[in-house]
Design a protein around this ligand. Structure first.
Ligand code: B12
Length: 582
C-alpha cells in the first residue's frame, strides 16, 4: 500500500500490538513504581494526584527544565533551584530533565553513539539520584519513549519513582543518527507503554505536541486532532493516560489560550506542562523578558479559567544563546511566581468569547481531522485497533501527507487552506518574503542548485532558507531532516547540486561538517558547504560540559558558517564567483 514515494504504511515484520503490550505487562513483575522524595514528602501515589489536588486549590504549578550534561551538576542544580526558590516563597513543583539523544539508543549502542548536549543516565541508580534531588516531581521527557531505548529508560525511571514519562511526540518525528529501524523503535515504545499501563499508580505518558507533528502542521486544528488520535492510541487501545504539552510554537496569546481551551474539551487527563514559547526568544535577555511575560500571562489566565493540571514553564531568557545556568533558571521561576499574583487582575478585561470561538474551530476541525485520519488509514489497510500498527502508519505517512489528505480546511490549488494558520509557518513565510523583497535575484547561468538537509529535528531554519533560496531563483534539492552526512552528500551527487547546505542545532556542527567534507572527498566532490543554525559543540576535553562556538573551526575546514540569510547570500555569490574563475 503506497501513498507516495515514501515507505509502506504497514510492515510484516511488526509484532502485533497486543503481543507487545502483553510483554510489557509481564515486565511489571520486576519493574514497578519505586518511591522517591516527591512521592514520600507529598504523600501522594503519583504526580497526577498532586496535579489534581493543586489544580483544585487553584494554585499555578511551576516547571523548571534542566539541561546540563553531568548527573552531579544536574542534581546540584535541582537542589539549588528548588531550595533557593522555596526560601523566597516560590514552589517549583517539577523538573524536566533534558536527556542526551544518545539515551534514545538501545543500551548496548549508547557508548559508541555521537553525543549532543544533554545528560546521560547509566541506569536506575542515576535516575534515582535525580528523583531524590528535591521533593519535586522529576519529568523524564526527551529521548525516553518513542525511541529504540524506550524499555530500558522506562524501567529506570519507574524504579526511581518517576510518574511522568515522555515523550510520545518524539516517536513521530525524532530520528537518531544511523538508526532507521522504525519497526524496532515502535516495538520498544509499545512494550514500554504496556509496562506503564500495567502499573497500579497513574503514570502520565507525556506527549509534547511541538516535538511531534504540531511543530510541522500548517493548520493548528491538526495539532488538536493529534491530541485526539494520541488519546485513541494511548487511552483506548493501550489503557494508559496521555498528558499533552504544547507551547514552543504558540506565540499569539489568543491562539495559545484557545488551544488550551480546546485541549480541556477533548482531554480530562492532567497536563504535564505548557511549554515556553521558545521560538519567540530571538533577542537579548532584556527583550526576551517581554516574550516570557507575554506567553506566561496567557498561560496563567488560561489555567485560571480551565485548571487542567499543567504547570507553567518560565524559560530562562538566555535560552536562545545557550543552555541556561542555575541563576537564570531561578530568576525565571521568581519572575513567573510574581506574575502569577498580577495575572488574575487581567481576567475581567480579557475577551473570553473570542478565545472560546477559536477553540470551537480547533475542536471541530481537530475532531474531523482525527476521524478522517483513522478512517483513511483503515481504508489503506492499517488495523487502527492495533496500537503498534497505527503508530507506525502515522509515523511513516508524516505530517505533510496527513495534512494534505485529511486536513480539515478547504482544498485550494495551492494546497489545503488552514482553519487556523500555525504561527511558526506564518512568521517564517513573512520573514522569507520580506528578505527576498530586499535582494536582487540571482541571474542565470549563476543560479545555484542547493542541496539542503538538517542534522536533527530542527527544520524551521531549513524551511526559512528554502523559501529564501527559491525566492532568489535558486534551485533547492530537499535532502531531508535529521539525515546522516552520507545521505546528504549522495543526494547532492545524485541531483548534480552545485552547493551543499546544512542546518544544525543539536551541538554537533563541527563534527558534522568534518564528516560531510570527508564523505565529499571520498566521493570525489568538492562543493561549497554552507552551514547555519546553532554553530556550537561540546569539546571532547570540556570540563564544563557546555557547548562552545565553533565557527572559526568551521572556517578552518574550508566551509562557510552563515549566521543569517545575508551571510548566506554573500557565501553563495562568492561560491558562484569562485566557480567562474576555476
Ligand atoms: C523550535 C526549537 C525546537 C523544536 C523544533 C521544531 C522543528 N520541527 O523545527 C523542538 C521542540 C522539536 C526542539 C527539539 C529539541 N531541541 Co530545540 N530549539 C528550538 C528553538 C526554540 C528555536 C530554533 C528555531 O527553529 N529557530 C527558528 C530559526 C528560523 O531561527 P534561527 O535559528 O535564528 O535561524 C537563523 C539562522 O540560524 C540561519 N540558519 C539556520 N539554519 C540555517 C542553515 C543554512 C544553510 C543557512 C545558510 C542559515 C541558517 O537562518 C535563520 C535566519 O537568520 C531553539 C532556541 C532558540 N530560541 O533559538 C532551541 C534549541 C536549538 N534546541 C535545543 C535542544 C538541545 C533541543 C533538543 C535536543 C532538546 C531535547 N533534549 O529534546 C531537541 C532535539 C531533538 C532531536 N531529535 O534533534 C538547544 C540546542 C543547544 C545548543 N546546541 O546549544 C536550543 C538552543 C535550546 C537551548 N537553549 O537549549 N527544539
Amino acid at each position: 500500500m503506497r501513498i507516495d514515494a515514501g515507505a509502506a504504511l504497514t510492515d510484516p515484520r511488526l509484532t502485533p500490538g497486543q503481543d507487545l503490550l502483553a510483554a510489557g505487562r509481564a515486565m511489571k513483575r520486576d519493574w514497578h513504581l519505586g518511591n522517591c522524595l516527591f512521592l514520600a514528602e507529598k504523600g501522594v501515589s503519583s504526580e497526577a494526584e498532586w496535579k489534581r489536588m493543586s489544580a483544585a486549590q487553584g494554585r499555578v504549578m511551576q516547571h523548571a527544565h534542566i539541561g546540563f550534561r553531568d548527573v552531579g551538576r544536574t542534581v546540584e542544580a535541582i537542589r539549588t533551584v528548588h531550595g533557593q526558590c522555596a526560601q523566597s516563597g516560590v514552589t517549583v513543583d517539577r523538573f524536566g530533565i533534558t536527556l542526551d539523544w544518545s539515551m534514545g539508543y538501545p543500551l548496548a549502542m549508547r557508548d559508541k553513539a555521537s553525543r549532543g548536549t544533554g545528560i546521560v543516565l547509566r541506569g536506575p541508580e542515576d535516575f534515582a539520584r535525580i528523583t531524590n534531588a528535591a521533593p519535586a516531581a522529576a519529568h523524564f521527557g526527551d529521548f525516553m519513549l518513542g525511541l529504540p531505548g524506550a524499555v530500558e529508560n522506562t524501567c529506570g525511571a519507574l524504579a526511581a519513582g518517576a510518574t511522568a514519562i515522555g515523550n510520545l511526540g518524539q516517536y513521530f518525528t525524532f530520528r537518531l543518527p544511523y538508526w532507521d529501524d522504525d519497526v524496532k523503535t515502535t516495538e520498544a515504545t509499545v512494550t514500554a507503554l504496556g509496562l506503564i499501563a500495567a502499573q497500579d499508580e497513574t503514570i502520565l505518558v507525556h506527549s509534547n505536541l511541538d516535538d511531534g507533528f504540531a511543530g510541522l502542521f500548517i493548520d493548528m486544528a491538526c495539532a488538536l486532532g493529534m491530541v485526539i488520535i494520541e488519546k485513541h492510541i494511548i487511552e483506548t487501545l493501550i489503557g494508559a493516560r496521555v498528558s499533552h504539552c504544547y507551547g514552543h510554537h504558540f506565540s499569539d496569546p489568543l491562539s495559545r489560550a484557545a488551544f488550551h481551551a480546546a485541549l480541556v474539551r477533548v482531554s480530562d487527563t492532567p497536563g504535564t506542562m505548557i511549554f515556553g514559547n521558545t521560538v519567540a526568544y530571538q533577542s537579548t535577555p532584556a527583550a526576551n523578558y517581554a516574550s516570557l511575560a507575554s506567553y506566561l500571562l496567557a498561560d496563567i489566565l488560561s489555567l485560571g479559567r480551565w485548571p487542567a493540571g499543567h504547570a507553567i514553564n518560565p524559560v530562562p531568557v538566555t535560552e536562545n544563546q545557550r543552555i541556561p545556568d542555575i541563576d537564570e533558571i531561578i530568576d525565571a521561576q521568581t519572575f513567573a511566581h510574581r506574575l502569577a499574583s498580577h495575572a488574575p487582575f487581567y481576567a475581567p478585561v480579557l475577551d473570553w468569547a473570542k478565545i472560546e470561538a477559536m477553540a470551537d474551530v480547533l475542536v471541530k476541525g481537530g475532531k474531523r481531522f482525527a476521524a478522517c485520519v483513522l478512517t483513511g488509514l483503515a481504508e489503506r489497510g492499517v488495523d487502527t485497533q492495533d496500537c503498534a500498527a497505527t503508530m507506525l502508519a502515522i509515523r511513516r505517512m508524516g505530517p505533510k501527507t496527513m495534512e494534505t489528505l485529511y486536513g480539515p480546511g478547504p482544498q485550494t490549488p495551492r494546497g489545503r487552506q488552514p482553519l487556523i494558520h500555525a504561527e511558526w509557518a506564518r512568521e517564517l513565510n513573512h520573514k522569507a518574503a520580506d528578505w527576498v523583497a530586499r535582494q536582487s535575484p540571482l541571474q542565470s547561468p549563476d543560479k545555484p542548485r542547493v542541496c539542503i538537509g538538517t542534522t536533527d529535528v530542527h527544520e524551521h531554519g531549513k524551511y526559512l532558507v528554502e523559501q529564501a533560496l527559491e525566492g532568489l531563483g535558486a534551485e533547492v534539492v530537499d535532502a531531508g531532516v535529521a539525515i546522516d552526512p552520507e545521505t546528504l552528500v549522495m543526494a547532492a551527487k545524485a541531483s548534480g547540486a552545485t552547493v551543499i547546505a546544512v542546518s544544525t542545532y543539536n551541538g554537533v556542527a563541527l563534527s558534522y561538517a568534518k564528516a560531510v567534507k570527508a564523505v565529499m572527498t571520498a566521493q570525489g566532490l568538492d562543493l561549497p558547504l554552507l552551514i547555519g543554525g546553532r554553530l556550537n559543540e561540546i569539546p571532547a576535553d570540556s570540563n564544563s560540559g557546555l557547548p562552545v562556538d565553533v565557527r572559526s573551526d568551521i572556517v578552518a575546514l574550508g566551509c562557510r558558517p552563515c549566521a543569517d540569510l545575508d551571510e548566506m547570500l554573500a557565501a553563495l555569490r562568492s561560491a558562484i564567483q569562485r566557480e567562474k574563475v576555476s
